[in-house]
Design a protein around this ligand. Structure first.
Ligand code: SF4
Length: 171
């Protein structure tokens, strides 16, 4: 025990150094999303997020978009509490049987035009939860999906790139 304590005091942490932040690239991406939203909708983009049964790994990355580092509200991208104010429905996780109805009601409460974005491997086809007695399937088995952002989980930059691709291609 004493040896371990001494080693921990004399050696640095054994974890890898964190990657350097790409602030310029991130800011450009966020501004592109905001510009595309204003061109498409005439205003900024409002997002309603629904966890349909995820492990919360995807939520951690989505929440990071609102933290002090990414701080996306400064660029006009915002998460809203009501589906009636949302343009995009961001869905994570497999759709569990318990959440299927709530997800459908959320989608039906959104005004047109509206888009559905499935986030993460589980949202695509159930991922590691596919085949469970509690799972109804991927998001596409319940709602019309406009875009899938792959990853387990996708990081904030991948989420932004996905939203930009959606706005540039959505009819
Ligand atoms: S894609 Fe990965 S992080 Fe996201 S809900 Fe599924 S297992 Fe969790």
């Amino acid at each position: 025990m004493r040896k371990t304590l001494l080693e921990s005091l004399t050696h640095g942490p054994l974890t890898e150094a964190e990657p350097a932040p790409d602030e310029t690239g991130l800011a450009e991406l966020a501004q592109s999303v905001n510009r595309a939203a204003r061109a498409k909708l005439g205003r900024s983009l409002s997002i309603r997020e629904v966890d349909a049964g995820s492990c919360n790994g995807c939520e951690l990355e989505i929440h990071a978009l609102s933290n002090a580092f990414y701080d996306l509200e400064r660029l006009g991208l915002r998460f809203v509490a009501s589906p009636r104010h949302a343009d995009v429905l961001l869905v994570t996780g497999p759709v569990t049987k318990n959440m299927r109805e709530a997800l459908l009601r959320t989608y039906n409460a959104m005004p047109d035009p509206k888009w559905v974005v499935a986030v993460g491997a589980c949202a695509a086809d159930g991922g590691i939860f596919a085949g469970s007695y509690a799972v109804a399937g991927g998001v596409k088995d319940v709602l019309p999906v406009d875009l899938h952002i792959p990853g387990c989980p996708p990081n904030p930059k991948a989420l932004l790139a996905g939203l930009l691709a959606l706005l540039q291609t959505a009819a």
